[in-house]
Design a protein around this ligand. Structure first.
Ligand SMILES: [Zn+2]
Length: 339
């Protein structure tokens, strides 16, 4: 499991440039599925045929990133975020461009003079990337305008917790990969979507779900944690690391299907797999895109709790990941009821 996670999180593939991660995932699952296709949006759709309900499991394979927009005469690079970033987290973070050039974020020095008291003024307008060069031409020898980048942070095993960039949502991709490898028999007709461009608006999942036209949809993603987990965490978010994968009651994009949620919780109880119910006061997942496809699909989201979401140091609990795989495996192998 850990090797799969390391492989996936350390592959650099931001939204719109999922080719690399798609190839890595395809190599992992190719011999374990009956067939697969890559659609026009770049979604990888794998199929494991079974007799029962058509069930779609989704994890988005893109990660948040950056795109170079301008290089000044001294070689400093301006970038635009791809997906949701907090500019306050950027100064001193290292990022890596597509052709492997590495640079560090810093911010225009007037903010040092202000000792960063005026945080509102730290924006991507005031941030730049330093590639360690002294001219535009030297920078152009390393990167091109329009070239994308991702955080440059390796996978670290801290013991019971794992730390890396791109846990969102490669940890769920890894959970699906391990589930696919472990399935011995299935009572359902299973589709696995590794979706593109979730971070820029749940783009890939909807046409993928349209194509499959499933009876049920389960997105697998990460979710933030709250006051039970970190000092002064969000008060109305009760999710914590180490208490199992979560079942989505609600976030800002959708409400998980009630009957599906109850059934998933029951499967968890039956097999002694810990789960938490999740009410997330922010964010959204592919569950919403699947739910509102065609005439509507009964859909929900299962999440792996994650600290420091959308930062270069996203942290998950190894036990939660294992329990997520166990839960997904039981769901894949158990006949989905009719409602
Ligand atoms: Zn995200």
């Amino acid at each position: 499991m850990k090797d799969t996670v390391k492989l996936l999180v350390e592959t650099n593939s931001p939204s719109g440039r999922e080719e690399k991660i798609r190839n890595v995932i395809l190599e992992q699952i190719r011999t374990f599925v009956d067939d697969y296709q890559i659609d026009s949006l770049g979604n990888l759709i794998a199929h494991k045929a079974g007799p029962g309900k058509k069930v779609l499991f989704d994890a988005h394979m893109d990660e948040i990133g950056f795109v170079a927009t301008y290089i000044d005469e001294n070689g400093f690079v301006k970038v635009e975020p791809i997906g949701g970033h907090n500019p306050l987290l950027m100064p001193s973070q290292r990022i890596q461009f597509e052709h492997s050039a590495i640079g560090t974020f810093w911010f225009e020095s007037e903010y040092i003079a202000k000792k960063l008291t005026d945080y509102q003024q730290v924006s991507f307008d005031s941030l730049y990337v330093d590639l360690g060069v002294n001219s535009r031409n030297a920078a152009l020898a390393k990167i091109r305008i329009g070239e994308t980048a991702t955080f440059h942070q390796p996978f670290l095993d801290l013991g019971t917790r794992w730390l890396s960039k791109a846990m969102d949502d490669r940890i769920a991709c890894a959970a699906l990969v391990e589930t696919i490898k472990a399935i011995r028999h299935t009572a359902n007709d299973l589709y696995f979507v590794f979706a593109t461009q979730e971070e820029v608006g749940l783009v890939g999942a909807k046409p993928a779900a349209f194509r499959i036209d499933p009876d049920y949809g389960v997105a697998v993603d990460i979710c933030g944690t709250g006051f039970l987990d970190t000092p002064k965490g969000i008060k109305r978010l009760a999710v914590k690391l180490g208490a199992g994968p979560t079942i989505k009651i609600q976030d800002k994009s959708h409400i998980g299907d009630y009957q599906l949620n109850q059934w998933i919780a029951q499967i968890g109880n039956q097999y002694m797999i810990p789960t938490q119910f999740e009410v997330l006061p922010f964010g959204g997942t592919d569950g919403s895109a699947i739910q509102t496809t065609k005439q509507g699909v009964k859909a929900t989201t299962i999440s792996i709790p994650c600290r420091y979401v959308h930062s270069p140091s996203e942290m998950v609990d190894a036990g939660d990941v294992q329990h997520c795989v166990q839960l997904l495996l039981r769901l894949a192998e158990t006949s989905f009821p009719s409602w």
